[in-house]
Design a protein around this ligand. Structure first.
Ligand code: TXA
Ligand code: MG
Length: 340
């Protein structure tokens, strides 16, 4: 699988080359601290449309714009008064980093980016390579660099494997440090809402703003205007089932488990085979040696992709509690399993 795209090792020359390709109106896959993104300059409608085409993404699903700093954000969004104070405090605490603001857009922001919405999603990535490119190109729109609905990429090779035929260049920044997409934050109400959980948690935001998050309306999960929040997303092709404590029940329900090829993913290493049978050893995988959830987040998409490329009939994955970054991992796994 995978094809034509060149993976460029990040050097001053290749970074310049990638920026030039973007400025010429092409799309390029770039590393961020969360996941790899498929970038285009925000002023080129052709390049923006190409992002949607390459991903097979519905045009009703808006893109995130990436800027260097608060002044870049203020160039694209209408932010004043008390809202500016809230944004400034959050920027001081978390930016650059994995936090996306949904704000009222300025007129100049293309309807292709916002899918016709009045709001625009903006974030300031911390990845040094992405930032170097931004200095040369100005703001970049970039969704995760995966076919729509599939598992997000955390290595350059993931991008080549699933969209290498459609794009020409991937800049390699090594594995992504965080591994799950940015937190999406809506500040349009009196209290803030988390539209997508990430490494910056509701508790962390609440502490800075001195208020508690307003729970998301369940309706949003089926709102086609925000497909990242669709119930079904991030899915491997192999059937995926989730468990909290023990995989045994799923396996028994799966029927003749001795004849099926099942992979079991545990969060940490201190779990044994579900039925104490030796033959399971090769089918068991761990996301983190000691159950460190940041490590789990960093590894989850890569492991799902790897197992998806093997001949398993079923993947059973343990889910963390919705605490800290566990909420983001739980969210992605629940959506990934919703299809099955
Ligand atoms: O970490 C990230 O955010 C990565 C890296 C590449 O920056 N990007 C990413 O983009 O995850 P994407 O396109 O895979 O997810 C963007 C999500 C979508 O669910 C989209 O619906 C939502 O952001 N979104 C974009 N604009 C929005 C808006 N105006 N209102 C509500 N949701 C919005
Ligand atoms: Mg995505």
């Amino acid at each position: 699988m995978g094809g034509g795209a060149r993976i460029l090792e990040a050097t001053p020359e290749s970074i310049r080359e990638a920026a030039d390709i973007l400025l010429a109106g092409e799309v390029v896959a770039l590393p961020t601290e969360t996941v790899y993104g498929l970038a285009a300059v925000i002023g080129d409608d052709g390049a923006l449309r190409k992002i949607f085409r390459v991903k097979g993404r519905p045009s009703c699903d808006p893109l995130i714009v990436h800027v260097l700093d608060l002044s870049g954000l203020l160039g694209l969004a209408e932010v004043g008064g008390a809202l500016l104070d809230r944004v400034r405090r959050l920027c001081d605490a978390f930016c650059p980093g994995p936090l996306t603001f949904v704000l009222r857009k300025k007129k100049a922001v293309s309807d292709i980016i916002t899918a016709g919405k009045k709001t625009v999603a903006i974030r300031m990535p911390s990845h040094p390579i992405f930032r170097e490119i931004l200095r040369r190109t100005g703001p970049l729109a970039a969704p995760s660099a995966n076919p729509f609905g599939y598992v997000s990429p955390t290595y350059a090779e993931h991008v080549r494997a699933s969209m290498g035929e459609e794009i020409s260049h991937i800049l390699d920044g090594g594995p992504c440090e965080i591994g799950v997409e940015s937190t999406i934050l809506d500040l349009s109400g009196k209290r803030f809402t988390i539209l997508r959980p990430g490494a910056i948690t509701a508790e962390m935001i609440g502490e800075v703003l001195g208020e508690r998050a307003k729970p998301l309306r369940p309706m949003v999960s089926t709102d086609p205007a925000a497909p990242g929040m669709l119930r079904q997303h991030y899915s491997p092709r192999t059937k995926l089932r989730l468990f909290r404590e023990s995989a045994a029940e799923i396996l028994l329900n799966f029927g003749e488990n001795s004849e099926k090829n099942v992979a079991i993913i545990y969060l940490s290493q201190n779990h044994g085979p579900p039925f104490g049978e030796k033959k399971w050893a090769e089918n068991i995988f761990w996301l983190s040696e000691a159950g460190d959830w940041n490590e789990v987040a960093r590894n989850i998409f890569a492991l799902l992709r790897r197992l998806d490329g093997m001949e398993f009939d079923l993947i059973c994955c343990q889910v963390p509690e919705k605490i800290g970054v566990g909420a983001a991992i739980n969210d992605r796994l629940s959506r990934a399993a919703a299809k099955f």
